[in-house]
Design a protein around this ligand. Structure first.
Ligand SMILES: *[C@@H]1O[C@H](CO)[C@@H](O)[C@H](O)[C@H]1NC(C)=O
Length: 185
């Protein structure tokens, strides 16, 4: 009789391969510039790199404030044609979402989910999975949010999320401002 029975061996093998899978997913995070999307970009804990470029039509600077349920990335000021970026890992439950509030002079106030699993991290979704998710903001009036590809192929463009979630986004921003004012005083 072998010391490890066959079912046990299979169980151990499964556990180890799962661990290796997770560790390799974690490793992807620190790889610098890489292909826009890879076949394994959709794993839980996959590293993501979101890049936002200010391409608003009137060439004003852009204010961007992004948050997830865990992180507040703070208010950012992007000069025209400038970029700002951040990195994170998709959580184990695959419900990571970053929502951003955009304002610029003459451009109003808008909300957009800059990263959501249902759009950006679904293996067989409407648009490809991105590991490096590059967004251009405000280039077109009709569909102002475009996820572009480094190879110059046709971008994937979207409306603001104003109608469904804009209120919530703005509400959160004002609550934050109120809290800051109260704390400063
Ligand atoms: C915007 O920036 C990119 C690189 O960051 C540069 O290649 C491009 O020429 C710039 N566009 C304009 C219109 O300045």
């Amino acid at each position: 009789m072998a010391f490890i029975s066959k079912p046990h061996f299979i169980l151990l093998f499964t556990i180890f391969s799962t661990l290796i899978l997770f560790v390799s997913a974690l490793d992807l995070s620190d790889v610098p510039a890489e292909a826009p999307s890879g076949p394994n970009g959709f794993l839980p804990l996959a590293g993501k790199h979101v890049v936002i470029r200010n391409t608003v039509r009137n060439k004003q600077s852009l204010n961007v404030h992004c948050r997830s349920s865990e992180d507040d990335l703070g208010l950012q000021h992007l000069p025209w044609n400038g970029t700002w970026d951040f990195r994170f890992h998709v959580n184990l439950w695959k419900n990571t979402r970053f929502r951003c509030h955009f304002t610029w002079y003459g451009g109003g106030s808008h909300c957009f989910d800059i990263f959501k699993v249902s759009r950006d991290d679904k293996e067989f979704g409407h648009i490809p999975v991105c590991k490096e998710c590059i967004w251009e903001v405000g280039k077109h009036d009709k569909l102002p949010m475009c996820r572009i590809l480094r190879d110059g192929s046709v971008p994937y463009c979207f409306h603001w999320d104003d109608r469904s979630s804009g209120k919530q986004c703005r509400l959160l921003s004002s609550i934050n401002v109120i809290i800051k004012i109260v704390l400063i005083k």
